[in-house]
Design a protein around this ligand. Structure first.
Ligand SMILES: Cc1ncc(COP(=O)(O)O)c(C=O)c1O
Length: 462
């Protein structure tokens, strides 16, 4: 391992980083990114990388967008901060709220602003609890999420998340959070079971779970249309309609976590439109502002708002809110980002490039290391396996995914490894056809290097 640069050494001695093997990180150090332009970022040595993950699934309009920068600067000059507490308000929040209502895929009554996806999902849970208290159903409080779901890391959001790494030794999930089956046919389908049969089975299992717990105790079901951090898992086409009818049967409120899928990632404005379901409430964040500034929102249906009013009449103040929720500068940037998505037909154009992206992605299925290459729109997951026929994963201790990420970096490509060696791709939506070709060229070379290394180290052996 080469010695760390001065800046890298200072980082290691100063910061606790999210999502890294903290012990191993002391030797590898960070990749320090200094600037960005379009779909490229540049490290502290000036080396360019294709940002194949749009940061963390979020910089949809790429880097250095002057209109977004100008929107922030203008708003900052005019009013750098105002809040929404205790009846105060400001123009950008009102306008953004109206815009979100206008573009929502289902009827939305009100918008509640937060700063992050985790806060949005925590808020969703609190609102569901409030809802059922208002409706005189104090026992109907359990929330169903799914194995491999990712909904964030705050205490309630992490309880929704269905990944062991977010629970182990954090004493999570909290009681009252249940995890239904993961709709990943490649990993969880039975031998000979069609995708359609698999979807029906998952819906039956959800039904059985709710009946076992008692429908009077189950309040809500939350899902990402396509699971992101769980490994880019695209459910069977009939999955959500089947799940929706189970939820309707038991009067279970449905929340779509659109933190990744919202604003065009799947080729539609909202992910639920692509997957064919109509949730009651929606969480958005990330690409809403193209990640130029943090902002998130909970999109609240009328039934929920009415419940808030009932509770408010009973107890007075609605005791929830974040200092920076709906920050005027973030809101101004999000408004501009949405204007650009619509005006420049960013999502339609991304949808047109999706077949090329998906064709290049699926071609990786032929690679000896790849068990499954999957995705939709401009999101993709490449699952690396030790044995294609049996789908056997590599031992976690080998760190094959992390090594592949480093080979990709050598090629000038940023990807991420999640779970059991799934490489995830989610480039800025503004990526063009030639850049898609370049991205997959670099990824293929990185996979070849990973294969050489795996073979040399004899890591494919059981
Ligand atoms: C689907 C989904 N929900 C929620 C979150 C949490 O968002 P944040 O990291 O902004 O709290 C994420 C983050 O990646 C996400 O992918």
């Amino acid at each position: 391992m080469p010695p760390l640069s001065n800046l890298a050494a200072r980082d290691v001695e100063t910061l606790v980083h999210p999502y890294i093997d903290l012990a191993r990180f002391r030797e590898t150090g960070p990749l320090i990114i200094e600037r960005g332009e379009g779909i490229y970022v540049y490290d502290s040595d000036g080396k360019p990388y294709i940002e194949g993950m749009a940061g963390l699934w979020c910089t949809a309009l790429g880097y250095g967008n002057e209109e977004l920068i100008e929107a922030a600067a203008t708003q900052m000059r005019k009013l750098s901060f105002a809040h929404l507490f205790t009846g105060r308000s400001h123009d950008p929040a009102i306008e953004l709220g109206e815009k979100l209502k206008e573009i929502a895929p289902v009827p939305i009554s009100k918008v509640f602003f937060c700063n992050s996806g985790s806060e949005a999902n925590d808020t969703q849970i609190k609102l569901v609890w409030y809802l059922n208290n208002a409706r005189g159903r104090p026992l109907k409080k359990k929330i169903v999420s799914r194995v491999k779901a990712y909904h964030g890391v705050t205490v309630a959001a992490a309880s929704l998340t269905g990944l062991p790494g977010n629970h182990s030794d954090f004493d999570l999930p909290l009681p009252g959070f249940l995890h239904a089956g993961c709709p990943h046919h490649y990993r969880f389908g039975y031998a000979g079971e069609s995708e359609e049969e698999f979807a029906s089975r998952l819906a039956d299992e959800l039904d059985a779970l709710i009946v076992k717990e008692g429908p009077d105790t189950v309040a809500a079901f939350i899902a990402e249309p396509v699971m992101g951090a769980g490994g880019v898992i695209v459910p069977p086409q009939t999955y959500f309609p089947k799940i929706m009818s189970v939820c309707a049967r038991h009067d279970v409120f449905v929340i779509s976590d659109e933190v990744i899928c919202g604003f065009g990632r799947l080729g539609t404005l909202f992910g639920c439109e692509k997957l064919g379901f109509k949730p009651q409430a929606i969480s958005v964040a990330k690409a809403m502002s193209s990640a130029y500034l943090p902002i998130a929102a909970v999109m609240i249906p009328d039934l929920m708002y009415e419940a808030l009013l009932v509770e408010s009449r009973k107890i007075g103040v609605f005791g929830h809110g974040f200092t920076y929720g709906g920050h005027p500068v973030s809101a101004a940037v999000a408004l501009k980002a949405i204007e650009i998505y619509v005006r420049d037909q960013i999502i339609e154009k991304a949808a047109k490039r999706a077949p090329l992206f998906q064709a290049r992605l699926r071609a990786l299925d032929q690679h000896p290391l790849v068990g499954e290459a999957r995705g939709v729109g401009l999101i993709g997951g490449v699952e690396l396996v030790a044995d294609k026929a049996s789908k056997r994963s590599f031992a976690a201790a080998h760190g094959v995914g992390a090594r592949a990420v480093r080979f990709a970096e050598q090629q000038g490509l940023i990807v991420r490894a999640v779970g059991s060696d799934v490489l995830t791709l989610s480039p800025p939506l503004v990526i063009n056809a030639a850049q898609i070709e370049e991205l997959f060229g670099r990824l293929t070379r990185a996979l070849d290097s990973t294969l050489d290394w795996v073979t040399r180290e004899r890591l494919t052996q059981a």
